[in-house]
Design a protein. Structure first.
Lengths: 230, 230
DNA sequence: AATGTTTTGTGTAATTTTTACACATGGAAT
DNA sequence: ATTCCATGTGTAAAAATTACACAAAACATT
């Protein structure tokens, strides 16, 4: 958008989007942050985000900023809240429409060799800029509630995964422990997992069974009124 | 806010709030709408709402507009989504931060003798302006999900109510039917209802037991990790 | 005034869901 | 070679959910 002058009869806040990017691997749940090189909050970390253009809606903006600032294209982006405290940005009145993105950390690269972007485990977050600590708390809460009713966990795992991986993911997000047998039974009974046969013959149990998420079946079941609950 | 000229280097959308007002009585769940007297969407109905001022956050704005346009002061106002489609308002680019308000319809008056405000049962909504039909759908979904985990139903009932009233409320919001005994057992077991003794001696069962919501007890239980689930 | 109808409160048995729990296998590490 | 560890698997006990019927008084009808 070209710089110029735009005049209105009443003052308007700036509108931005921010994107909390969740990733998951053997280290657990983490978020991708960008180090601020300039004031305010120079040296603090922040979520990628920026001004909404006049020809894009909020989600489009969040996806664009995400890619511009980290190189990531996220499959899953969802709005979870809008933050409008009067003094949330010292530079001026700004309203931000906050999103979270779920990315398959295992299947993306770059991202953390991009500029100052870096993954931080959820239990070890550095000082954040603006009201981003609050935004992160709300994002986590939203993700936790979401995963009870929607199969969003699979957006964070490789497309082929094992039952222990899936359990680790749920345990990381919900911050609880499950019994292995009960977790497995419950998951399998949902009918949304497909056993992946990659040709290898399994002997013993040490090498785990591979699964993929059966999106088609989930969609069908959902259309028939099935409601995932975990 | 005084009219004048406000100039920015980049174009900015307008930011508004809208408020879906839910009420409940023997007719079931309904929403309070305002008839538009001017184009666009003249004659259509809309949620109360308006431009966010520079010195107020979104919820403050929603409450202010609610009172200005309907005379209602709502106890419970909560943001549930922000709508930013590029063409959602033909007059220009506008982003709206949508809220729902829960009001004790039985304990307010006015409201529907205010100007063109009128309650409509949820099953009989007139044509709505802008994208307000979509906003209403999302609001209903948000309310339905909310009531599973938070005791928001009591915001819609008189402060003293009966078990059948409470059941009607849940049935209206969730659009399901419950068995009377099971519903009552479950509710009472939650430990958030206090039996109200209004002095009258009950003979027989035709005149129902009165209850009130025990907010203090709920807060205490919640602090101890109790999580309401219905 | 008598009669029928509606609203409400209440408990238990059957079913379903959730929880707790232990061992055998073979790969990995020593 | 030995030990250690990750994984897969089933069942019995406990808990939660569901289904279900009658009695009392208020209310409506005649």
């Amino acid at each position: 958008m070209a710089k110029g002058t735009y005049t209105y009869e009443y003052p308007r806040p700036s509108v931005t989007t921010d994107c909390v990017i969740f990733g998951f691997d053997t280290e657990g749940l983490s978020v991708l942050l960008i180090e601020r090189g300039i004031e305010p909050f120079k040296g603090c970390w922040a979520f990628p985000g920026g001004f909404m253009q006049m020809d894009e809606d909020a989600e489009t903006c969040a996806r664009r900023e995400l890619e511009e600032e980290t190189g990531l294209k996220a499959d899953y982006v969802e709005q979870f809240g809008t933050f409008s405290d009067v003094n949330r940005d010292p530079r001026g009145r700004t309203v931000t429409i906050a999103h979270y993105a779920l990315v398959k950390k295992s299947e993306v690269k770059g991202a953390d060799d991009a500029a100052q972007a870096k993954w931080f485990p959820i239990g070890n977050i550095p000082p954040l800029a603006f009201d981003h600590d609050r935004i992160l708390r709300v994002a986590l809460k939203a993700l936790r509630e979401k995963i009870h009713f929607e199969p969003v966990g699979f957006e964070l795992l490789p497309s082929v995964f094992t039952m222990p991986q899936l359990q680790d993911l749920y345990e990381s997000i919900l911050d609880v422990k499950f019994d292995r047998r009960n977790f497995s039974n419950k998951m399998l009974k949902l009918g949304i997992l497909t056993e992946v046969n990659d040709g290898t013959i399994r002997k013993g149990t040490r090498n785990p069974i591979k699964y993929s998420f059966n999106q088609d079946n989930y969609n069908q079941m959902k259309a028939k009124g099935f409601r995932l609950e975990f």
